[in-house]
Design a protein around this ligand. Structure first.
Ligand code: SF4
Length: 352
């Protein structure tokens, strides 16, 4: 198991994280949630810190963001969708940070370059349904309050704490981590929110540990968090990686590229048709199933039906891929035309 908020993480056994990180299982709290998001219903959102406090609170914020290093991929889609869900279902105000300073510190992307990427990314979030009227969308480099907070918090954070949480890192990454504490605590400190929920991938938990530690020292409400499992690479690898562009879909991919990537994705099919009819397919191994499970089949009954057909050998991979591709391309057509219309709005929001 490798968990690195700034790099590649590999997690084979999510259960281990409960013990090693001290995060808690989400399931017991879900009976208090009326309209559960598919990530909750399907165990994709699986752990939390302080989610009960968020549920009990009245004045709520939901905060997360994106590092503008490239096109929106399915991982970025998951985070945006969770913010949108908490905006809609809980009336929470969304805070969406474009972590351009982190993109500079971690990936060496100059701010002028990330500014264009940021507009593209924010247009994706808006097209997915992020409501800008109930959101605060900003770039770290423009947000003086977040920068001030990082400076304010710094004297209370020791080198030992940073090393214990992040290991030995260059100073710029420690600074980026401090800046993130500013992002997470801004809704409480500057806007008076009693409860801030941070929906993120579980590899980002170190940032929450640092932020909760700082919040306690400054007598601020501790932020809550909710964690999702990773969507794997299309070749079945543990996590999408920019080093393997065929291994992940971006929301800018044209239809022929989507088709190529989906067609080449790993399936859980057997070596021969006869064998598959006899033994059935293996959805737990299959990236076509995972694409539908995480992203493109919102209907639980349909998904269950597909699983049954796959496992019984009734459905073969060729037909299954064709059906999945139809759903995926339908989403892409709708999303890309909406996104095109959102680009000017995204530019306007980020130039404020
Ligand atoms: Fe995957 Fe579908 Fe093949 Fe089952 S039938 S292994 S879900 S592609």
């Amino acid at each position: 198991m490798k968990v690195d908020p700034f790099g590649d993480s590999t997690i084979k056994d999510y259960e281990k994280l409960f013990k090693e990180f001290g995060i808690e299982p989400l399931k017991p709290l879900l009976k208090k949630v009326k309209n559960k998001h598919i990530f909750m219903r399907r165990g994709i959102d699986f752990a939390h810190r302080g989610f009960g406090k968020f549920l009990a609170s009245k004045k709520r914020a939901v905060m997360s963001g994106i590092k503008p290093t490239g096109e929106f991929h399915l991982g970025s889609k998951m985070i945006a969708e969770k913010i949108i869900y908490f905006q809609k279902e809980f009336g929470a105000k969304g805070f969406y940070a474009v972590a351009d300073i982190e993109a500079y510190e971690d990936n060496g992307i100059p701010l002028e370059e990330s500014a264009d990427i940021a507009i593209d990314n924010v247009a994706d979030a808006l097209a997915l349904g992020l409501d800008p009227k109930n959101a605060y969308i900003y770039k770290q480099s423009d947000e003086i309050q977040v920068q001030r907070m990082a400076f304010l918090f710094a004297p209370k954070v020791t080198n030992n704490t940073m090393r214990a949480i992040y290991g030995h890192r260059k100073v710029g990454l420690y600074m980026a981590a401090l800046l993130q504490t500013g992002d997470i605590l801004m809704p409480a400190m500057e806007f008076g929110f009693k409860s801030t929920l941070v929906p993120i991938g579980v590899d980002q938990d170190p940032h929450i540990r640092l932020t909760r530690d700082i919040a306690a020292k400054f007598r601020l409400p501790l932020p809550s968090s909710i964690y999702n499992k990773f969507f794997r690479a299309l070749d079945g690898g543990p996590k999408m990686s920019k080093r393997n562009p065929m291994g992940y879909l971006t929301l800018n991919d044209p239809p022929d590229v989507v088709k190529k990537k989906v067609t080449n994705a790993l399936t859980g099919g057997r070596d021969t048709v006869t064998e598959q009819k006899r033994l059935g397919g293996r959805p737990e191994k299959c990236m076509i199933y995972e694409l539908l499970h995480f992203h493109f089949e919102p209907d639980d009954k349909e998904l269950k039906k597909l699983r049954k057909e796959c496992e019984s050998g009734e459905l073969l991979c060729g037909e299954c891929k064709a059906r999945a591709l139809e759903k995926i391309l339908k989403f892409y057509r709708g999303h890309q035309s909406k996104k095109k219309r959102m680009l000017p709005k995204a530019g306007k929001i980020l130039s404020r």
